[in-house]
Every structure is written in C-alpha cells, then in structure tokens.
Design a protein. Structure first.
Length: 120
C-alpha cells in the first residue's frame, strides 16, 4: 500500500471518528425532559431508601391517595406498623407502596403493583 493511500485512509478514519465524537457530545449535553410525576413503575424505581416524604411526593405527583387523570380524588391515610408507616399512592393502572420511618424517611424499597385488567 502506498504512503499516500495510508495517509488518505487515516485522514478519512479521523474525520469519521471526529464526527462520531461530536455527535456523542451533542447527545450527552442535549437537554432532557424531566420525568413526568405520577404513579408509575418507572417513578417507583426512582424512590430510594433515605429519601424524605416530600421528595417521594414530588416524584409521585402529590400526597398519598388515589389519583384519576392526575388529580387526587381520594386522599389516603397511613398504616402504622410500629417500626414503619406504610403510605400508598394509586391510580387506575397500579399502586405504589412506600414505607417510612417515624421521621418521614424512606426505609426499604418502594413496591409497584400493577392492577390486572378485567377479563373479557
């Protein structure tokens, strides 16, 4: 292979590499839409031990209760199990259970339960 051909091939490879790096940088720094608040499996997965109740309410779109069309239609209470308190957020698709200690900090993992659709 001639020296000229090697240089041209190397130049083309460098241009392709530069384009890929530039495209990756654009994608990396591109603004992203924040996740939509609400009762969902994806939002349940965002809830981590150590979070405060206010942070969970921000992720799930409001205080515990049953939501229809993003609107709270039935506020829920809590179930005190002694060492922890269970709160529930629900909509027509499913429910999220989150356990808090008495200081309002998430303990353990949040759970998402999908409601089954009626059989036809």
């Amino acid at each position: 292979m001639s020296r000229r051909r090697v240089l041209v091939s190397a130049g083309v490879l460098l241009v392709v590499l530069a384009v890929l790096v530039a495209a990756g940088a654009v994608w990396w720094f591109m603004p992203r839409e924040p996740p939509t608040p609400g009762v969902s499996e994806a939002n349940c997965a965002r809830i981590k031990p150590g979070m405060r109740k206010e942070q969970v309410e921000e992720i799930l779109g409001g205080s515990p209760g049953f939501y229809e069309g993003g609107r709270l239609v039935h506020p829920e209470g809590s179930i005190d199990m002694g060492r922890a308190v269970l709160f529930e957020w629900a909509n027509d698709a499913g429910t999220v259970h989150v356990w808090f200690d008495h200081d309002g900090t998430v303990v353990g993992n949040a759970r998402y339960f999908l409601f089954s659709s009626p059989a036809h």
